[in-house]
Ligand binder design. Structure first.
Ligand SMILES: Cc1ncc(COP(=O)(O)O)c(C=O)c1O
Length: 403
């Protein structure tokens, strides 16, 4: 079931592969994170990169969250979902000239600047448009997030942000610029972080810098501690709770008196989503285990191939009998197209429906047309109701840009 609707009923109408989201889980996650930080002035800026489906982003807005956009495209998603520019922070390494012009002229709550060169470009654009750009400086605190290397962003060797010393020097040298207003400091040390210490250390790095700047008479408006809070994908995996996260971050932010910004993505949407897929073939492997071949592939859910990520996989209507030792694999012409290795499923037959859990973050948004496979549909469940919120791509949709 998703809420009060059988998954088999949704798949029967909307087909597979299909991403399904629970509206009540989406909303309750925003509320829970908000409640954990209730004792201190803060804003949740939902990280659109985790799931940019408009219906999902609109749910975030309806719950009172603001937005974190990582590209011009995500700014458009945020605007179409109804956010105003002063509710959007704009992050990202490698913002193009056109993206910066757009952000400066729209008047974002903050552009999170990643380098001195980017600060200079923002300043020049703001001057050319006779406006003032609000910027926050992204600090790279050299903190190991302890997550997969591909999603760790806070090490000195990673491409993100500036060292605290460089950020300090840059803020003091640019404070007097007429068209720049440095309003905050930003940090994001990685994603799927399962312990408090990296998150605390990231926050402490910008809190310390804010303190040093205040002592020199440089007064900011906010500290943006990014996202990163992890979820338990594997059975028995331990993670910290939203309350433990707040207990780690708030004591280091409170002494600054600055407003707190959070950019959660995964923690909000991951567990609100699942991927439905049907078994299309079965065959035995040399070691006696099975290949369960399904109609969802790495183009529908890239995380296992990209990060060796684990997602629980279950039969929607489990049959009785001996469990099958198997690898659950997709139809894409790559050996890495494996959704789950070394699993035990109840006996399955061709046509059975499987559910791949916790795919609501970095799932549909990473979809591609690899192997010329159309992008899957997405459905949102609300109690006993559900609707398709993103229709399945057709072959014509897929080929429309080709001459
Ligand atoms: C700058 C920034 N903020 C927020 C996020 C969201 O992170 P998460 O989904 O782990 O909460 C990311 C993701 O990598 C990010 O790069």
């Amino acid at each position: 079931m998703c809420e009060d609707v059988p998954l088999s009923a949704i798949a029967g109408v909307a087909g597979t592969p299909l991403h399904v989201y629970s509206r009540s889980v989406l909303r309750s996650r925003v509320r829970a994170l908000d409640a954990a930080f209730a004792s201190y002035p803060h804003d949740l800026h939902y990280a659109i990169k985790a799931n940019a489906t408009l219906a999902v982003v609109r749910e975030m807005r309806a719950e009172g969250a603001h937005a974190d956009a990582n590209s011009g495209g995500e700014i458009d998603v945020a605007l179409r979902a109804g956010f105003t520019p002063d509710q959007i922070v704009f992050t990202g390494v490698g913002k193009t000239h056109d993206e910066l012009v757009r952000a400066v002229t729209l008047g974002m709550k903050a552009i999170n600047a990643e380098s001195p060169g980017e600060m200079e470009r923002i300043d020049a654009i703001a001057r050319a448009h006779s406006t003032t750009a609000r910027v926050a400086v992204r600090v790279n605190p050299d903190v190991d997030a302890g997550s997969h290397p591909h999603i760790s962003t806070g090490l000195r060797s990673n491409k993100f942000g500036m060292s605290p010393a460089q950020a300090h020097a840059m803020v003091t040298s640019m404070m007097a610029r007429e068209h720049l207003r440095v309003v905050g400091l930003h940090v994001h040390v990685g994603s799927q972080i399962t312990s408090a210490e990296p998150l605390r250390r990231g926050a402490a790095a910008i809190a310390d810098l804010a303190g040093a700047l205040a002592a020199e008479g440089v007064h900011l408006e906010h500290l943006d501690v990014g996202g990163g809070l992890g979820i338990p994908y594997e059975p028995g995996q331990t993670v910290i709770s939203a309350d433990e996260y707040a207990a780690a971050v708030l004591p280091v932010v409170k002494p600054t008196g600055l407003r707190l910004i959070l950019e959660p993505g995964r923690w909000i949407t991951a567990q609100a989503g699942a991927l439905l897929t049907r078994v299309v073939d079965l065959k035995t492997q040399a070691d006696g285990r099975w290949f369960v071949i399904v109609d969802a592939g790495m183009n529908d859910l890239l995380r296992p191939a990209l990060y060796n990520a684990w997602h629980e996989i279950e039969a929607v209507e489990p049959r009785d009998g001996e469990p099958m030792a198997c690898d659950v694999v997709g139809p894409v012409c790559e050996t890495s197209d494996t959704l789950g290795r070394n699993r035990h499923l109840p006996p399955v037959e061709v046509g059975d429906l499987l559910v791949v859990r916790d795919t609501g973050a970095y799932g549909s948004i990473m979809a591609s047309n690899y192997n010329r496979r159309p992008i899957a549909a997405e459905a949102l469940v609300d109690g006993a109701d559900w609707r398709v919120v993103r229709r399945r791509q057709t072959i014509d949709d897929m080929l429309q840009w080709d001459e």
